[in-house]
Design a protein around this ligand. Structure first.
Ligand code: GDP
Length: 304
């Protein structure tokens, strides 16, 4: 939590200080409410969430008669946390770890546009699982980016996992298939597949990622499709999330580079619009810079 606070300091300064300065000042006039709105929009909360949050804040502040910055902070915190807990029709499941007896490996596909941090996230996730005593096979199915397989190999060597890779420019689905096959044969707990992230067209993505999933499903259930989004891209991330979720059933979002942006508010929009939970956040380039997403901790970090 301390780390999250520190890493989110840029978000904190823009959202927390601005809002608390406004809300702590007692009765707000219309201009101040407009400033509150602008602050939330600038932090990427999106129009719908901003309208909701402002309406709730107005109601809460007037009924409770908030007078101090401390009280304002408490109200703001609870309104924002609530906004991060939409009614998902699907419960937020814990990430699959495999059953530890390795009857069937848990299969996780990691998807996303190149540059978002897909390979890094796959590596970090492997590290978390291995540290938890699980055996892991990594599938280097991003065969289009020349360095991706080597990068994944470096992570695997570092954390102690095996990599299955194919020919450069080869068929991603074939690599994914082999990775799952190897994982089953070796009796590992989890197979993490770093998929190709070419978003040239929706049809192209469908052909690639959709095929990877279909081919993997010939031998194992896919437990999780994690979509990696770069928080620094703001609204672009939302657009990417829409396209991917039309192609495959995305079961969770990993929001990366939260350490480098004041745009963490995209979390609100992604969850609200897609109904897909943000499960993990990336807080840096190092092996330990992956954390579970926790609304309370996130809002605290945002508010400082
Ligand atoms: P891919 O093309 O999606 O596989 O992207 P990579 O995993 O190669 O990551 C692209 C760049 O983003 C690399 O330089 C990573 O070190 C960096 N990166 C990934 N995740 C994070 C993060 O959470 N924070 C920061 N600051 N950098 C990250």
């Amino acid at each position: 939590l301390e780390k999250l606070r520190g890493r989110l300091s840029r978000s904190r300064s823009s959202l927390g200080q601005g809002l608390l300065g406004l809300l702590g000042a007692g009765d707000l006039d219309e201009d101040s409410w407009t400033d509150v709105e602008d602050t939330l929009l600038l932090a990427d909360l999106g129009a719908a969430t901003t309208a909701d949050v402002v309406a709730k804040l107005r109601a809460e502040l007037s009924t409770r008669g908030v007078r101090t910055a401390e009280q304002a902070r408490a109200v703001l915190r609870s309104v924002l946390v609530e906004a991060l807990r939409p009614d998902f029709d699907r419960a937020v499941r814990a990430l699959p770890h495999g059953d530890g007896e390795a009857k069937q490996p848990a299969v996780v596909l990691v998807a996303g546009v190149n540059g978002t941090g897909k390979t890094t996230t796959t590596g970090k996730l492997a590290r978390v699982l291995v540290a938890d005593g699980r055996s892991v096979v990594l599938g280097a199915a991003d065969t289009f980016r020349a360095a991706a397989a080597d990068q994944l190999q470096t992570w695997a060597d570092r954390v102690g996992a095996r990599v299955v890779r194919g020919k450069e420019g080869g068929d991603p689905a074939a690599v994914a298939f082999d990775a799952v096959k190897t994982g089953r044969a070796d009796g590992v707990d989890a197979v993490l597949v770093d998929t190709a992230g070419r978003l040239h067209t929706k049809v192209g993505l469908m052909d690639e990622l959709g095929k990877v999933k279909r081919v993997v499903e010939k031998q194992a259930e896919v437990d999780e499709v994690l979509l990696v989004l770069d928080a620094t891209t703001g609204q672009n991330g939302l657009t990417q999330a829409r396209v991917f979720s039309e192609v495959v059933e995305v079961t969770g979002i990993v929001l990366t580079k939260l350490d480098g942006t004041a745009k963490g508010g995209i979390v609100f929009q992604v969850q609200r619009e897609l109904g897909v939970p943000v499960k993990l956040v990336g807080l840096g380039e190092g092996p330990d810079d992956l954390a579970p997403f926790e609304p309370e901790a996130f809002v605290d970090a945002l508010l400082g």
